[in-house]
Write a protein that binds this ligand. Sequence first.
Ligand SMILES: NC(=O)c1ccc[n+]([C@@H]2O[C@H](COP(=O)([O-])OP(=O)(O)OC[C@H]3O[C@@H](n4cnc5c(N)ncnc54)[C@H](OP(=O)(O)O)[C@@H]3O)[C@@H](O)[C@H]2O)c1
Length: 303
Amino acid sequence: MGDMQDSAIVVAGATGNLGGRITRALLERGASVRALVRHNTARDRLERLQKLGVTIASVDLGSASEVTAACRGASCVVSALQGLRDVILDAQTVLLDAAVKAGVPRFIPSDYSIDFTKLPSGENRNLDLRREFHKRLERTSIAPTTIFNGAFADMLTGQMPLILFKLHRVLYWGNADQRMDFTTMDDTAAFTASAALDASTPRFLRIAGDQLSARQLARVTSEVTAEKFRLFRAGGLGTLGMLIKIAHTFAPGGNQVFPAWQGMQYMRNMFDGRAKLEPLDNDRYPGIRWTTARDVLSGRRVG
Ligand SMILES: NC(=O)c1ccc[n+]([C@@H]2O[C@H](COP(=O)([O-])OP(=O)(O)OC[C@H]3O[C@@H](n4cnc5c(N)ncnc54)[C@H](OP(=O)(O)O)[C@@H]3O)[C@@H](O)[C@H]2O)c1
């Protein structure tokens, strides 16, 4: 990996959660980072990036000329943008076209998910947008690399309605033995940074800090908390599908990226097993110590 460290890596979404972590992981690897930020980004967020040694390029992701100028000379553009069609398709397409025009050889789109190439469209709105963006990627001369990491393991102790800590239950749909992929945001960021600095990445890279089923999650949670966690079957995948339709009808969620029904679509896709990651590329870069679900649960703040 010797020859590409000199040129900059462009990061779009560096003020965001994953993007910030990717930026720090790139800097730790000795890369120079150019963050594309919006014109109206708050000054304290910019100063935080500048203190780390990041170069700031303030651009409008609607302006091809501004973004092209900001991409010049970079060896890879990493997108960690988040949003709906206006971002994942429209803004990312401006970014992609600009990268091509500026002669950037490689592009990492904002995917970071379960393997949606295995899913037909119509099952998961947010992933459909990313699959649609892939069609645009394939039409360009740039070399794209998608990082698939399953679900962010950090969500096991937060947003993800799997481990119900108060009720001492692990909720599941369908099959309690279906294994699922979990990777922390930091591990995803570390791997993405290494991939951004690797001149010869394949089209897809798959990583998982841990792979475990609801039954295994119940066991690990019981061990870590020293309290008994039992399985709770909420229903089959057909029932979940019906609930998604109902939730979508009665709480469509407008412009929200994660309305309840969208979270339920992710659950369905994880429990049905088709988007499971294999084979894994965990060993591609030395020095990444993968964080397990047990590690995440052990670090949980009690209360
Ligand atoms: N696998 C999983 O479990 C999982 C979970 C969560 C997220 N993800 C994925 O991780 C990726 C990043 O998500 P995140 O949670 O880190 O997102 P986030 O914290 O919301 O950050 C989004 C970033 O995109 C920027 N952005 C959005 N719209 C923009 C626009 N029109 N022009 C310029 N910048 C724009 C934001 O800039 P500002 O700071 O200016 O707003 C911010 O830097 C996404 O692909 C998401 O789907 C995966």
